[in-house]
Design a protein around this ligand. Sequence first.
Ligand code: GAL
Length: 824
Amino acid sequence: MRFFSFPLSLLSALSMLVLALANPAAAQVRQETLLTTDWKFSKGELPDAARPEFNDAQWQTVRVPHDWAIYGPFDGNNDLQEVKIEQNQEQKATLKAGRTGGLPFIGTGWYRRRLAVPGFGPGKRAVLLFDGAMSNARVFVNGREVGNWPYGYNSFSFDITSFLKPTGADNVLAVRLQNQPEASRWYPGAGLYRNVHLIVTDEVHIPVWGTYLTTPEISASQASVQLRTQVAGAGSAANLRLETEICDAAGRILTTTSTPLVVGAAAVDQRLLVPSPKLWSPETPVLYTASSKLFAGETLKDTYVTRFGIRSFKFEANKGFSLNGQPRKLRGVCNHHDLGPLGAAVNVAALRRQLTLLKDLGADAIRTTHNMPAPELVSLADEMGFMLIVESFDEWKKPKVKNGYSQYFDEWAEKDLVNMVHRDRNHPSVILWSIGNEVPDQWAPGGVAIAKRLQDIVHREDPTRPVTVGMDQFDAVVKNGFAALLDVPGFNYKPSRYPEARAKLPQGLMLGSETASTVSSRGVYKFPVELAKQKKYPDNQSSSYDLESCVWSQTPDEEFVMQDSLNYVMGEFVWTGFDYLGEPTPYDEAWPSHSSYFGILDLAGLPKDRYYLYRARWNPAPTLHLLPHWTWPGRENQTTPVFCYTNYPEAELFVNGQSQGRRRKTTSGPLQTRYRLMWNDVKYVPGTLKVVAYNAAGQPVATEEVHTAGAPHHIRLTTDRATLRADGEDLAYVTARVEDVKGNLCPEATNQLQFAVRGASQFRAAANGNAASLELFHEPQMKAFQGQLVVLVQATNKAGKAQLEVSSPGLKSGVLKLKTTKRG
Ligand code: GAL
């Protein structure tokens, strides 16, 4: 296949929602429970821990999702790796301390829980579905091993019917997890860090991920919906039929159909027509549901809801990408799975906040580097409107790290790909599958054959979406046929070679699958201001003038210029949206440093200056942002360049009312002048920095000011949300700023802040975005970094009022009121 056209818009969430609300009878046929509470946890090799009678009374009681390693302590000896990172063009092996975050995730951990199985009994089946378990999961029910799954990022399920006691009462579930050293290039997390579902059905039922829904024809008047539903346990039953109704987002029934199951068949095919379909896109994330009921005669046997969207996309030679007939470039970010201070433990409020921030940035796509995402992320992408590249592997047969996925590849790669595709193929957000990232097999003998095999597996399981790989070995993959066989060639950090790839590859299109890897620390500015590679400073920070990158990577501008001039390049995925735990380049060898510097937003989710550089490009709403801050005691009369990130074409800068000149974006100067307004010769004088922006007609239309701050005076709190759901999980992200008496941010403040939450909520964690800090996220105090940090307040199960107080000696405290509600 040289040319891809995917009129099959699609798709949906294979959400296994119980129809209990809509149909009380349904509650009796399928019962799904999230196993969140009542877990016991212990670290250690405990050979008897699988046995039902094992005494776990002394173990810690935890709630799942749970990451056993995020509570620290940080230590440079945790997973110390002596490696030569070939992808980073390193010539010799060195000791890398914070590569995986310096957290204690290595070793064995056990989770145990009593398992009452509601609704279980004769003629019933029970399944455990793990959204992900880190890693090498071995699952035991009543002392017997049910199954295992090595890859920590994938979802998997086991039928536990024959392991349960006949009544469903008094069972014991035990899960053993084990993380090896030198198994990862970033912080993987540890434990049952994603949800565990218990699903009870009738003997005759629709299995896990049992529907596949596509929308092969779409016009303004109608869209066809093709639904294949698997039916398990039917035996030779003759009277089965599947009734499916399609509803719009408001729950209005649009169409229904009823189809008998052919005796002995394993699946039912249905075709329905949706009149006047509303198309899914990032701007209009309209969703529909197909609700299916499986009947034996008049008896309801099972219910299953498949959420989907209707949309079409094309990848076309020389033209690039289009969605619903509209050409567009992907405005993407790569993200790792961790949620900063929460570690790898998944939390919907945390994911929603990330996507809310990315929306404001103007991003419309995410690549889930370098592994399968949490299912909650995929569902949120459907709802909030993001296109996804769902990625599978960072390694195939040839290792990058000593104990990485390569050890499982031969036995598990196909199973892992099948689960990935089956779980996520109904989601409208997913537009591409990625079978790998910078795999060393790109240039190894046999690598091309592996790529073909993996791509064929994905095509077999989902012929409606193309396949890509993030490639870094440009010369090898262009020469050996690796890049030519992929549906969509993805290049990592190769903007200057896109024209060559266009000339040498047959596809006529490509993707900037990983771009920039610019490094910066929020609010930190270094002088002199200059373009630099692998630049290191004694404080383990990088400059926020956005001119520093790695030997293999670029500043944002270098990618922008190629994206802007080549229509066959279908957009970019910036490394990364958010900072993540581990990979503290350029400080891989310089402990302490526990997290990356690549993020457009820091580990706390606070925007760095770069946020505004991308926002100005991606979000049509006005952006006018000045850097650096303007509080530089000791720099008086020294050159202190000022940059403005804006989508206005021109602006004039003033220092204390004195014009520093007007600047216009231009293609004739150095590359950066095309995307940034820069005043490189400004002398620092305390006071006011002011920019006046002009529109294309030359009229002044907006201003922005930065003031020199006085001494720290008070703490100001702002929250992303004031009302939380009283479900024990919901989160408010409260930003604390140290301000002077006039309300200016004190941009270098490092005051130690204390957190106290009263009422119907609790303190959950804090983060300040300082990669070089070893403060623990769950302790109720932390230093402000560059004047700011973020406090996570978590709802309890109680509805009511709550209050966060942030205090610090010598500063006026900040107080914030929150509400939690059962309906929220
Ligand atoms: C890429 C790699 C990413 C990350 C990045 C840092 O080569 O795919 O996982 O390591 O470099 O620049």
